[in-house]
Design a protein around this ligand. Structure first.
Ligand code: DHB
Ligand code: FE
Length: 290
């Protein structure tokens, strides 16, 4: 049985990565956010998984908008870092876990989730920024193998929140059926509220975000019951990315322990959020940002 040891939900704004790459994390604009990350990073550094399953969306970097799989799973040995226009970020390529990818693929398809298979994939900020939030100084290699799971949150009709939550539950079942004893961390990325274009560009909704940060732990069914239109209206068109947090949540146990969370406005055009959950069943010390 593969064991999910923790779940991390985090925004994936490209400028969070750029601030780290450019040595700006202690600038007044960024300091509160990066200071907020510290307790989560310290805890995660003491709980290194064998594999990180990173649920994210590609932003038309690896897959153009002519080919938009609803859900896709990487099965590669290695995932290079994409060039999003300024050269690839100065972070290591990701080493995959193809055996576990293939196990997940088979079980998820058998469970009714017809995943697209990505045998080659360059990962964009949606994946590399959450990895940097987890591990700010990876050196030559990330601390664990990585399996990317991609979700269409950019083009209608995106999967519903309910479907994402159900996928998370199916991932949990598939991992419990794995013959190995791999430890896994699962990342749900994107959000929180933001809208990058149109008449509501710059839209942020702290009330919705705070509700979401609470209920992702205590009442994910409520969040899974919100419609596509609810998400766009309340979180903004790109805030729709929050449904990926429900995939992470679905793969965790009903009872989890919140280790730490952060909510900070603004990070670029977004409300940045982080929530870290211990899935080990052993209670942890909770630290919440005021
Ligand atoms: C921004 C946020 C995103 O989620 C993204 O994918 C790209 C840009 C931003 O706020 O700048
Ligand atoms: Fe995004």
């Amino acid at each position: 049985m593969a064991e999910v040891i923790w779940g991390l939900a985090t925004s994936h704004v490209p400028s969070i990565g750029a601030a780290m790459d450019g040595g700006k994390t202690q600038d007044p604009y960024w300091k509160p956010l990066f200071d907020g990350y510290r307790p989560a990073r310290e805890w995660m550094a003491e709980h290194i998984p064998d594999v990180a399953l990173v649920v994210y969306n590609d932003h038309a970097n690896a897959l153009d908008v002519d080919v938009v799989p609803t859900f896709a799973l990487g099965t590669a040995e290695r995932y290079p870092v994409a060039d999003e226009g300024f050269g690839p970020r100065p972070v290591p390529d990701l080493l995959g876990a193809p055996d576990l990818s293939l196990h997940l693929l088979e079980r998820l398809v058998d469970d009714g989730f017809d995943m697209t298979v990505l045998q080659h994939l360059e990962v964009d900020h949606g994946c590399t920024v959450p990895l940097s939030v987890y591990c700010p100084e990876p050196g030559d290699a990330w601390p664990c193998a990585v399996i990317p799971l991609l979700v269409n949150v950019i083009q209608h009709p995106q999967p519903t929140a309910a479907r994402c939550y159900a996928l998370g539950k199916a991932i949990g079942r598939a991992l419990r059926e794995d013959p190995g004893d791999t430890t896994v961390a699962i990342f749900g990325t994107g959000g929180m509220s933001h809208q990058l274009a149109g008449s509501r560009a710059g839209f942020i909704n702290p009330e919705f975000d705070r509700m979401f940060l609470d209920k992702i732990e205590t009442d994910p069914e409520h969040l899974a019951g919100l419609s596509r239109a609810d998400y766009v209206a309340q979180a903004g068109s790109e805030g729709f990315e929050l449904v990926m947090w429900l995939i992470m949540r679905g793969a965790l146990s009903e009872q989890i322990t919140r280790v730490h969370d952060v909510y900070h406005v603004p990070a670029s055009n977004t409300a940045a959020g982080l929530a870290l959950f211990d899935n080990s069943g052993v209670s942890a010390t909770t630290t919440r940002q005021p």
